[in-house]
Design a protein around this ligand. Structure first.
Ligand SMILES: *[C@@H]1O[C@H](CO)[C@@H](O)[C@H](O)[C@H]1NC(C)=O
Ligand SMILES: *[C@@H]1O[C@H](CO)[C@@H](O)[C@H](O)[C@H]1NC(C)=O
Ligand SMILES: *[C@@H]1O[C@H](CO)[C@@H](O)[C@H](O)[C@H]1NC(C)=O
Ligand SMILES: *[C@@H]1O[C@H](CO)[C@@H](O)[C@H](O)[C@H]1NC(C)=O
Ligand SMILES: *[C@@H]1O[C@H](CO)[C@@H](O)[C@H](O)[C@H]1NC(C)=O
Ligand SMILES: *[C@@H]1O[C@H](CO)[C@@H](O)[C@H](O)[C@H]1NC(C)=O
Ligand SMILES: *[C@@H]1O[C@H](CO)[C@@H](O)[C@H](O)[C@H]1NC(C)=O
Length: 371
């Protein structure tokens, strides 16, 4: 039922595998970017998916602006080992392909701008926070602290620093599963946000002293696919999420009945995953009471809205059948420009007019659908 973010991909990577790193493109925004993995344990919540009692245990990655004069920059492989292997198998690439990918972002460099707005990210069903790293590091370079959160048992595989790991086990065919999984996802996002206001946790972020947390009273949220549903619902459950962006995500969950007061931006594939999604978007649209914009991107499919197009480009593989005709670099450019414009408008009170049609000639693939 839920669209799987990666399992449909049929990549046949032709490139010969060497031990070389394959570096993602550099970011283009005004800020250089650092990254830091965080384990966030919610001791107040039993994980209902775990086969034995244990607190809900999240992995997250923070992407954030660093100082220009930062001289040392450590990079490392992007995908954790089991995830890299799972992706190799999923797309029938030679074993060892995905472990070569690396981000240019500086791991563990000091976070330099704690007062820049925080935006949380939720991945698609059976996806991973790490499958959006190319887009998220670029978005962060435009002046946001961005926290990407994994939803364990829903994500393809989550790996913890001590070597534990959890694969996707959810059965989405059961009645009520979508609503229950969405509730857990929203709880995850609320807990991740609380964690950014907890100095015990933020003191693990380089550059933040124990008395300096991130700004958590007005934050943004965005997500792809089921992460888009998570986004919409989170704005209803917790008003600290003041604005939300859905990247080709359906309007599922009770929020499609109650609507939301938060500004909502939907960036959708022109070839949607199902006709139902268009009906759902159109039906719920009048229930969105704040600012709202819906744009479509020509030449895209559901899988265009993650790093798959970029991975295809970097491997010189033709993924157009599954991931559309827009190149990975261009996809990132589009998503980043529109998300930046939206969150600048509602988190920084800066409006460049892009969502009102200004400079639309620079974005011929992007067409206005509804407001
Ligand atoms: C990225 O930036 C680094 C450092 O400025 C530079 O050495 C490298 O060539 C750039 N990579 C690409 C692909 O442009
Ligand atoms: C880097 O720049 C910041 C100001 O942006 C300054 O506070 C810091 O001392 C500088 N660090 C070095 C190593 O020059
Ligand atoms: C969100 O709100 C709904 C409706 O009030 C409630 O049933 C649900 O438990 C809330 N979820 C979270 C995570 O706060
Ligand atoms: C902050 O995080 C620590 C470590 O997880 C936890 O023990 C503590 O209860 C948290 N504080 C609050 C106010 O939630
Ligand atoms: C952050 O935590 C402090 C207590 O540690 C609390 O007073 C404050 O309301 C929290 N802020 C937000 C935005 O949750
Ligand atoms: C509302 O969400 C439910 C899933 O929770 C979905 O089955 C239904 O089609 C959605 N309705 C609309 C109008 O989006
Ligand atoms: C990509 O281009 C091909 C050839 O023009 C076309 O058949 C296909 O529908 C396009 N895919 C998308 C997602 O627009």
């Amino acid at each position: 039922m839920r669209q799987n973010t990666v399992a449909l991909s049929l990549l046949c990577a032709a490139a010969a595998v060497t031990a070389d790193q394959i570096l993602f493109p550099n970011t283009t925004g005004a800020y250089r970017v650092g990254s830091k993995d965080l384990e966030l344990v919610d001791y107040s919540r039993n994980d209902i998916y775990s086969p034995f009692p244990q607190p809900r245990d999240l992995m997250a990655t923070l992407y954030y602006p660093i100082d220009d004069n930062q001289t040392t920059c450590t990079t490392d492989r992007l995908y954790t080992p089991l995830l890299a292997t799972a992706l190799d198998l999923l797309v029938t690439a030679p074993l060892g392909t995905f472990k070569r990918f690396a981000l240019p972002s500086c791991i563990g460099a000091p976070l330099a701008h704690p007062d820049l707005p925080l935006v949380l990210f939720s991945h698609g069903y059976k996806g991973s926070r790490l499958l959006y790293a190319g887009f998220l590091q670029e978005f962060a370079s435009h002046g946001f602290n961005v926290l990407a959160v994994d939803h364990p048992y829903d994500a393809l595989v989550v790996e913890y620093p001590d070597g534990r790991f959890v694969y996707n086990t959810l059965d989405d065919s059961e009645a009520g599963a979508v609503e229950q999984d969405l509730e857990v996802r929203v709880e995850d996002m609320i807990f991740a946000l609380n964690s950014m206001n907890n100095s015990t946790i933020t003191s693990q972020i380089p550059g933040l002293s124990s008395d300096k947390c991130l700004q958590t009273s007005h934050v943004g949220i965005l997500g792809h696919s089921f992460g888009g549903s998570t986004t919409l619902q989170a704005t209803v459950n917790d008003t600290r999420f003041v604005a939300g962006t859905l990247l080709d995500g359906p309007f599922w969950g009770f929020a499609n009945q109650t609507g939301t007061d938060a500004p909502i931006f939907l960036l959708a594939a022109l070839q949607p995953s199902s006709e139902d999604w268009i009906t759902e978007w159109t039906t719920t649209w009048p229930r969105l009471r704040g600012f709202k914009r819906w744009f479509d991107v020509a030449g895209t499919t559901h899988l265009s809205f993650d790093d798959i197009p970029l991975l295809g480009n970097l491997l010189d593989a033709d993924l157009s059948e599954t991931a559309g005709n827009v190149t990975g670099v261009r996809m990132i450019e589009i998503q980043s420009a529109f998300a930046t414009s939206f969150f600048n408008r509602f988190l920084k009170n800066k409006n460049d007019g892009l969502l009102d049609g200004k400079d639309s000639n620079q974005w011929p693939e992007v067409s206005f659908a509804m407001n």
